[in-house]
Design a protein. Structure first.
Length: 226
């Protein structure tokens, strides 16, 4: 009785509801016709990772809705479909070592961590990096390494990477990231100004970079550190 009262007052939702919301999200927002996410491993990861743990408590009831949400410091966690789409495009393999630029809440890193061997992720806003690091650790995502810093420069200590995912938008493809991608490796990256961004899928073939625009998007701009 007391517990129920508390749940009502706090507006907290039981885990079972989140589980049901998550299943619904996968069915209606990701696998549904028109959305067409087909990679079963990606759908399974999206159906498992507790997105509500990566959004502010006051917004947890919207955690599985079809939209981006604010996470503080003027930043957002991407819409679930965008996370699933980028992850599928990256074609993640169980042995891959992946670099992410723009940790934000840590949610995209958590999804990737279920699909690949190791995830390295960089966030330029230090308190966001620290919070994501703590959340990922608390939830048991032990194959993710978080660093606070300017992701434009990549993470040379751990290069080369099999895949790179960028979740903030630069106005050009950062040369250090191209250099840190292994030969044959894949990169998914939004490029351009806020009103005119495209998501590009790149594949490195020696000195050549094959590129294909795959979706118009709207990501926060990539900031440059000093
Ligand atoms: N992938 C995140 C959402 C990313 S929002 C998630 O799953 O929640 C984009 C993030 O990129 C923001 O947190 C922003 O601070 C960060 N960012 C912007 N410029 C950056 C840079 N140069 N290096 C690293 N992170 C950057």
């Amino acid at each position: 009785m007391l517990l129920q009262l508390c749940l009502c007052v706090c507006g907290a939702q039981p885990e079972a509801d989140f589980f049901a919301d998550r299943k619904k999200m996968v069915g209606e927002q990701l696998a549904a016709p028109g959305r067409d996410i087909r990679n079963q491993r990606v759908l399974d990861a999206m159906g498992t990772v507790p997105r509500h743990e990566f959004v502010p408590k006051t917004l947890s009831r919207y955690a599985y809705s079809d939209e981006p949400l604010p996470i503080g410091y003027g930043q957002t966690i991407s819409q679930p479909f965008i996370v699933a789409f980028m992850t599928e495009q990256l074609d993640p393999r169980p042995t891959d070592r992946v670099l992410e630029i723009g940790t934000g809440s840590g949610y995209q890193a958590a999804v990737l961590s279920r699909l690949v061997a190791e995830v390295y992720t960089i966030e330029i806003i230090e308190p966001l990096a620290r919070r994501a690091e703590a959340d990922l650790k608390r939830l048991g995502y032990n194959n993710v390494k978080v660093r606070a810093g300017d992701g434009y420069k990549g993470w040379p200590d751990y290069a080369p990477f099999d895949a790179i995912i960028v979740t903030c938008a630069p106005d050009h493809i950062p040369q250090p990231l191209i250099e840190q991608l292994r030969d044959g490796g894949r990169m998914i990256i939004p490029v351009g100004a806020l009103e005119d961004q495209q998501l590009y899928l790149l594949q490195k073939h020696g000195a050549k970079l094959e590129q294909k625009a795959v979706l118009p998007v709207r990501f926060v701009p990539m900031k440059r550190g000093s």
